[in-house]
Design a protein around this ligand. Structure first.
Ligand code: ADP
Ligand code: MG
Length: 326
């Protein structure tokens, strides 16, 4: 299973930011209200994610790092209606096969914490540990046993920038969660939880820069079982953020051709020809209407009714943007 896990890791774990993504998504799935991410040397030396979520019971610890073991999906039917961020049960198995890995957790219903360590895929026995309810995962020396991959890690600054970008995209979709990021012992981001819409907009501002919401348009429209909400930025002459495009489907950030096309059309058609749309948008639909099991990294989706989704997005944005021209 060791080699198989390392091969699977190749698809899921490309760089430190991919580890952070999988760990933080697990914390979100665990219902965490607070997530702390500590990074050393761009993540190549240490990635530590600590949460106050539901935790893992002692007898589930070994299962958590086993390949294809997930507590989130029980049947094929469940796979048709995924509501959690994770569902493949391979992230921890993959990560622990290509790093020095430890998992310390206390289940919400238990009064003792336990810790397991996996060193390059070799599992040590669970031992008692100190930990408040929740989970801490440490990933040290990523790819230490896969030199061909370690070699491809970029400069510390570059890898950290990827981690920061990733965390920003997760933070936008989870405005209610307290998220902290530090690098080499220095705090880099302290995102306070937002309890209402105004605070959520403040969080968008904090993450994307103060420029964004000052000239943005609030979107919230539902039709045909679809809901689109969030903010679109109105480009000004001084604006050049080509990369501030965040689109989420049921809370999961995705890159999707159908979505990109609909948004681009709406902008181009109305007034911002030749400019980059800036947006943070959330599409919600019944989970059975979208397949999230398209790629191991889970950032692609397939809509059952592509045309319907495309037209809904286009019309909603077109109408909203057209109003701003008046
Ligand atoms: P998946 O998220 O697809 O289920 P993972 O390999 O990411 O697979 O995690 C395996 C299992 O470990 C999860 O199904 C969950 O039960 C448990 N787990 C992982 N991280 C956490 C966490 N931070 N808090 C609680 N449970 C966790
Ligand atoms: Mg997971």
């Amino acid at each position: 299973p060791e080699l198989i896990n390392q091969i699977a890791a190749g698809e899921v774990i490309e760089r430190p930011a991919s580890v952070v993504k999988e760990l933080v998504e697990n914390s979100i799935d665990a219902g965490a209200r607070r997530i702390e991410v500590d990074i050393e040397q761009g993540g190549s030396r240490l990635i530590r994610v600590r949460d106050d979520g539901c935790g893992i019971a002692r007898d589930e610890l070994v299962l958590a790092v086993a390949s294809h073991a997930t507590s989130k999906i029980g049947s094929f039917d469940d796979l048709e209606r995924v509501a959690s961020m994770g569902f493949r049960g391979e992230a921890l198995a993959s990560v622990s096969s290509v790093a020095r890995f430890s998992l310390t957790s206390r289940h919400e219903g238990q009064d003792a914490a336990f810790r397991i360590e996996v060193d390059g895929g070799k599992l040590q026995e669970a031992r008692p540990a100190q930990h408040p309810p929740g989970t801490t995962i440490e990933v040290r020396d990523l790819f230490y046993n896969v030199p061909a991959r370690r070699k491809f890690l970029r400069a510390e600054r570059t890898e950290f920038a990827h981690i920061d970008d990733l965390l920003k995209s997760l933070a936008l979709a989870r405005a209610g969660v307290d998220i902290r990021l530090s690098h080499n012992g220095r705090p880099v981001r302290l995102l306070k939880p937002a309890r209402d819409e105004e605070a959520a907009l403040g969080r968008v501002a904090e993450v994307l820069g103060p420029d964004f919401p000052a000239q943005s348009l609030r979107i919230d429209h539902s039709a045909a079982g679809l809901r689109l909400s969030g903010w679109v930025g109105l480009p000004t002459a001084s604006r050049s953020q080509a990369d501030q495009q965040y689109f989420y489907v049921n809370g999961r950030m995705v890159r999707d051709r159908v979505v990109a096309h609909a948004v681009r059309q709406a902008y181009a058609d109305v007034l911002f020809h030749g400019r980059h749309p800036v947006f943070v948008l959330f599409l919600e639909l019944d989970p059975t209407g979208v397949d999230v099991n398209v790629h191991p990294a889970k950032n692609e989706v397939r809509f059952r009714e592509q045309r319907l989704v495309h037209d809904f997005l286009f019309r909603t944005l077109h109408e909203a943007l057209a109003q701003t021209r008046a």
